[in-house]
Ligand binder design. Structure first.
Ligand code: CA2
Length: 158
């Protein structure tokens, strides 16, 4: 896989509420606005974005599991609460053999102790947390730099 890249952006449970509830915690930017911003960055970088949200663990697992066969080059994932609970999602991340970047709006390490454990991060290339909606943007930029490096060093498959 070489440019133009295809990047799958997946957000998990309750993130459809962004901008409508709990603005003190998660800000006032909606998920649609985050996706629009990613589309603009992607358009400048020969990249196609497919952005999705689901409240169902199985959807996230299926989308990530099928990402390679749908010719995605990488995945940006905010697993929401499943970050801290889902071995099944970790298994899907590991099995997809694509670079996955974990994203959080908040900084889970600065919150309740149970949020300090991320199952999903163990399968990820990297993690961006605490920058609000900019976390998604930084993750996309990091993933694209990583993919370019892979191509230049001849490590990229396809
Ligand atoms: O900071 C993040 O992005 C989180 O993934 C958000 C999750 C939380 O469980 C993680 O620890 C950190 C919660 C997503 C819930 O999203 C809402 C958005 C607006 C209003 C209510 C919930």
């Amino acid at each position: 896989m070489s440019p133009p890249w295809r990047v799958l952006v997946v957000s998990g449970p309750n993130l459809q509420l962004l901008g409508q509830r709990e603005p003190a915690l998660y800000g006032t930017t909606t998920l649609a606005e985050i996706h629009a911003r990613l589309q603009r960055i992607a358009a400048e970088a020969q990249t196609e974005i497919d952005a999705r949200q689901s409240n169902h663990e199985g959807d996230l697992i299926t989308w990530i599991g099928e990402a390679a066969q749908h010719r995605f080059s990488g995945v940006i994932l905010n697993p929401g609460g499943y970050t801290h609970t889902s071995v099944a999602l970790l298994d899907a991340i590991r099995a997809c053999h694509l670079p996955v970047v974990e994203v959080h709006l908040s900084n889970p390490d600065a919150r309740e102790p149970f949020r300090r454990r991320s199952y999903t991060a163990r399968g990820c290339l990297g993690r961006v947390a605490g920058f609000g909606p900019y976390s998604y943007e930084l993750a996309l930029r990091g993933l694209l730099l990583h993919l370019s490096d892979e191509i230049q060093s001849g490590r990229h498959e396809g």
